[in-house]
Design a protein around this ligand. Structure first.
Ligand SMILES: Nc1ncnc2c1ncn2[C@@H]1O[C@H](COP(=O)(O)OP(=O)(O)OP(=O)(O)O)[C@@H](O)[C@H]1O
Ligand SMILES: [Mg+2]
Length: 247
């Protein structure tokens, strides 16, 4: 049975005179992997940031886990259930790899240090970074940092993971190691929303691809449907340009 995790109804968001989200309806079901694609400035990051309340829409409704998050009293308790990975990793440079994964758990989950450490090592192992547990994060490559950031997010046992272009700050040879970790999470049934320019990855892992254009969802569908038989001319021209760039 489909169980909606995220239900967005008619959200609008402006920054001053610039209307960035112009009435977006968007649903994600449990276990679904949805990729958000679209041109720069189309509102992808803003939509994602609304889902974990880094931005607040001017109007509309967002229900996540069946809860009206725009009127929730406990934003921190809500955010603890939503993992987020950004382009720029956002690790704490003054802590080593293990501490980066342990400290947020102690702060938010109120579990013992032993339990937090055990969990951190489990997820660092999962992303292939256990052997770097004692390393200073400044000494890591971009791909390694992003894998630590993913492990850190997983330590919080998120019910939903949001990724905003997690590979676009990486050197090309490091993109694959991060995408393969994400692919594994997708295969395990974690509900994920991923903003990406990696069209092959989107095609490969998504249950659904959502094409955003000028603050609206222009078209959405299965990867096959969107890539092979796009309904809209705007979708077609965006995909053709993206595929040409990737060659
Ligand atoms: N905090 C902000 N203040 C003012 N303008 C903003 C803010 N955040 C985003 N914008 C503007 O809103 C528009 C949409 O931005 P958004 O980051 O959502 O686009 P995007 O689709 O993620 O683009 P990209 O692919 O470049 O990341 C852009 O014109 C951007 O400059
Ligand atoms: Mg963006």
């Amino acid at each position: 049975m489909t169980e909606p995790i995220v239900e967005i109804k008619n959200i609008h968001k402006s920054f001053g005179p610039l209307e960035v989200l112009k009435g977006v309806d968007f649903t994600v079901n449990k276990g679904e992997v949805v990729c958000l694609i679209g041109r720069s400035g189309s509102g992808k990051s803003t939509l994602l940031r609304c889902i974990n309340l880094l931005e607040k829409p001017d109007s509309g409704v967002i229900n996540v886990f069946g809860q009206d998050i725009l009127h929730t009293r406990n934003v921190n308790a809500y955010r603890a259930q939503v993992g987020m990975c950004f382009q720029q990793f956002n690790l704490f440079n003054n802590m080593n790899v293990l501490e980066n994964c342990v400290k947020p758990q102690l702060k938010v989950l109120h579990i013992s240090k032993n339990e937090a450490t055990e969990k951190a090592l489990k997820f660092l192992d999962k992303v292939g970074m256990k052997k770097f547990a004692g390393a200073d994060v400044r000494t890591l490559s971009g791909g390694q940092k992003q894998r630590v950031a993913i492990a850190r997010a997983l330590c919080m046992s998120p019910k939903l993971m949001l990724f905003d272009e997690p590979t676009s700050a990486l050197d090309p040879e490091m993109v694959g190691e991060v995408l393969s970790v994400m692919k594994e999470l997708a295969n395990e049934g974690l509900t994920m929303i991923i903003v990406t320019h990696e069209m092959n990855f989107a095609r490969d892992v998504s249950d659904r691809i959502v094409f955003m254009d000028q603050g609206k969802i222009e078209e959405q569908g299965s990867p096959d449907q969107l890539f092979n038989t796009p309904k809209s001319e705007r979708t077609r021209s965006f995909l053709n340009a993206s595929i040409a760039n990737a060659r």
